[in-house]
Ligand binder design. Structure first.
Ligand SMILES: [Fe+2]
Length: 203
């Protein structure tokens, strides 16, 4: 059912499926419920009704996606997000988020890079925890000074399964354009990348 474009496990898998283009068109027509602006990007949440509608059209809805996390991640020109792992605090107090799935909405150039980092270099660093993430470096432009283990460039018309439990960041470096993706998260946030990969792709 899926076409794998690039498998760079355990960091990411870029993929697509028949019908993805219709999903992308449909997402662009959905109403936005609220926005939150940050220095390097903004989040735009879909309404619950829109999230339900899009969810129905996704071939991986069996993952049990969290409808309240159907959010457009809009990175500004030269914007980004510093080095972090993703988080979401469960009722039991466990703050993690092992994977994300992103769908390309508006990618006008190839300048936006997602990078993953070696964990050891940050092992003694203080971690700043927010509602969504656990951060070791907030300035995305300084992230290039640290040891990178993998970089990725998402293209138009595709989706990507990301390992968000490994330190990573985003930098829309020197781009004159915003970059927009729909970000999705499984409701059960403790299922590791390898297991999600198996459920989705049988690999
Ligand atoms: Fe992240």
């Amino acid at each position: 059912m899926y076409t794998i474009i690039e498998d760079c496990s355990p960091y990411y898998i870029r993929f697509k499926w028949d019908g993805l283009q219709e999903v992308i068109s449909s997402i662009s027509q959905q109403p936005i419920e609220k926005e939150e602006k940050y220095p390097g990007y903004q989040n735009q949440w879909l309404t619950n009704e829109a999230a339900e509608k899009i969810n129905e059209a996704l071939p991986f809805k069996n993952l049990g996606l969290r409808l309240s996390r159907f959010c457009i991640f809009d990175t500004y020109p030269d914007g980004g997000m510093g080095i972090h792992t993703d988080g979401w605090t469960n009722d039991d107090g466990v703050n993690t988020n092992e994977v994300g799935i992103n769908i390309s909405l508006e990618i006008l150039d190839d300048k936006c890079i997602t990078a993953w980092y070696d964990h050891d270099q940050f092992k003694d660093w203080p971690v700043i925890t927010t509602r969504w993430s656990k951060n070791v470096l907030r300035d995305w432009r300084k992230a290039a000074n640290y040891l990178t283990v993998k970089t990725m460039n998402v293209r138009p018309g595709e989706a990507v399964l990301l390992n968000t439990a490994i330190y990573h960041n985003v930098w829309n470096k020197n781009s004159p354009n915003n970059r927009k993706l729909l970000t999705l998260r499984p409701r059960v946030n403790t299922i590791p990348f390898a297991e999600i990969k198996k459920i989705m792709f049988g690999l």
